[in-house]
Design a protein around this ligand. Structure first.
Ligand code: DOR
Ligand code: ZN
Length: 347
C-alpha cells in the first residue's frame, strides 16, 4: 500500500484571493502547497486593466510570508470595452497569463462581464494570434434556462460558436460540472482544456440539498447529479492532458453564505491536496494525481513545470483541518466533504 507520495509542487489554475483584509489569509493558505495560481479578477471593481493588475499583484506579494514562495499569475476581466492592444501588451510582457470571460450575471461580481459576444471578437482575434488563453465561466445567464442546464446550453449556444470563429484560440472551460462538458472537452482539439475543482469531485446535488440546504456546498456552476461527478472523476484520473486542477477556492464570509440569499463559493485552499489524494487513492489512480495537479496545466499554459516537490503522506488516522479561518472581517468556513482523508501535505 502506498502511504507516501512525492509530486512536483502543484499549481492552482483558478483561484479567488479577494482583496485587502482577506489577502493575508487566502494568499498564505494557497502558498503553503502551491507554486503558482491563476488569480481571478472578479474584485469590486474588477481588474480590467494592466495598472490594476500590477497593483493587485503587489498587494498579494506584500502579504506573502517570508518563508514561502508563490507566483500569482494575473488575469484581466474581459468586458465589452477591453482594448486588444492592452491585452497584447500585458501578455507578451508576462504581466498577465490569461483573460477571464464572465457572461454578465453568471456569478459573483460578473455584472461587468460580456452581454454581446460579437463585441469581444477583436480581443479574441488578438489573443488567438499571441497564444493568450481565454478562461471561460461556461454558463448561460438566461433566466428561462434551468440552472442545472446552464453549462450544457452554454456549450451548444456560445462556446461552440466562439471555437468556430476562433479555431486557434486557447480556451480553458473553467470548473466543469457535467458529463456533457467532459465529453465536449475530450473530443475537442489541443486548444481546448478544462479545469476541475476539488468540490465538484467531492459532492453532488444531494449533498447540497438532501436533508437540509448546505450553504457551504453552494457554488457556481452548481453541483450536479452523481452521474456527472463520476464523469468528472473518470476524466481526471484518466491522466488526459486536457484536464487539470483549478480549485475555484472562493472564500465568502460565513454570514454572507449562511443567509437567505447566500453567496456561491467553496473555500478549499486549506485542504485541497489532502482531499484529492483521498479521491485519487479511492480510484486506484494515485499515480495520476501529479498530472492533474502539477503537469497538465503548466503544459497547456506553456509554462515551465515546477522544479521543487512536495510530499503527501498517509497517516493512520483522519487528518484534521481548521473548521474556520478567522479574518478581521469575520470567519470563513473551510470546505469539509462528507468523507475524511488520512492524507496530509508535509510542510
Ligand atoms: O462558486 C463560485 N464562486 N463560482 C464562481 O464562478 C465565482 C466564485 C466567487 O467569486 O465567489
Ligand atoms: Zn471562480
Amino acid at each position: 500500500m502506498v502511504n507516501e507520495l512525492t509530486i512536483v509542487r502543484p499549481d492552482d489554475w483558478h483561484l479567488h484571493l479577494r482583496d485587502e483584509d482577506f489577502l493575508p489569509f487566502t494568499v498564505n493558505e494557497t502558498a503553503k502547497s502551491f507554486a503558482r495560481a491563476i488569480i481571478m479578477p472578479n474584485l469590486v471593481p474588477p481588474i480590467t486593466n494592466l495598472i490594476d493588475a500590477r497593483n493587485y499583484k503587489q498587494r498579494i506579494m506584500k502579504v506573502l510570508k517570508t518563508n514561502l514562495s508563490f507566483n500569482p499569475l494575473m488575469t484581466l476581466y474581459l468586458t465589452e470595452e477591453t482594448n486588444p492592444r492592452e491585452v497584447k501588451e500585458g501578455f507578451v510582457t508576462g504581466q498577465i497569463s490569461a483573460i477571464k470571460l464572465y457572461p454578465a450575471g453568471a456569478t459573483t461580481n460578473s455584472q461587468s462581464g460580456v452581454r454581446n459576444f460579437e463585441k469581444i471578437k477583436p480581443v479574441l482575434e488578438v489573443m488567438a494570434e499571441i497564444g493568450c488563453p481565454l478562461c471561460i465561466h461556461g454558463e448561460v445567464t438566461d433566466s428561462s434556462i434551468d440552472i442545472f442546464d446552464r453549462e450544457r446550453v452554454f456549450i451548444n449556444t456560445v462556446l461552440e460558436k466562439i471555437r468556430t470563429d476562433h479555431p486557434t484560440l486557447k480556451i480553458v472551460m473553467e470548473h466543469i460540472t457535467t458529463k456533457e462538458a467532459v465529453d465536449y472537452v475530450s473530443s475537442g482539439n489541443e486548444n481546448l482544456a478544462a479545469t476541475v475543482t476539488t468540490h465538484h469531485l467531492s459532492i453532488n446535488r444531494n449533498d447540497l440539498l438532501s436533508g437540509g440546504i448546505r450553504p457551504h456546498f453552494y457554488c457556481l456552476p452548481v453541483v450536479k447529479r452523481e452521474v456527472h461527478r463520476l464523469a468528472l472523476l473518470e476524466a481526471v484520473v484518466s491522466g488526459s492532458s486536457k484536464f487539470f486542477l483549478g480549485t475555484d477556492s472562493a472564500p465568502h464570509l460565513d454570514h454572507d453564505k449562511e443567509s437567505s440569499c447566500g453567496c456561491a463559493g467553496c473555500f478549499t485552499a486549506t485542504n485541497t491536496l489532502e482531499i484529492l489524494a483521498h479521491i485519487f487513492e479511492e480510484q486506484k489512480a494515485l499515480n495520476k494525481l501529479e498530472l492533474f495537479t502539477s503537469i497538465n496545466g503548466a503544459k497547456f499554459y506553456g509554462k515551465n513545470i515546477n522544479t521543487d516537490k512536495i510530499k503527501i503522506v498517509k497517516k493512520n488516522k483522519p487528518t484534521s483541518f481548521p473548521e474556520k479561518i478567522s479574518t478581521p472581517l469575520g470567519e470563513i468556513t473551510v470546505f469539509k466533504p462528507n468523507f475524511e482523508t488520512k492524507w496530509q501535505v508535509q510542510i
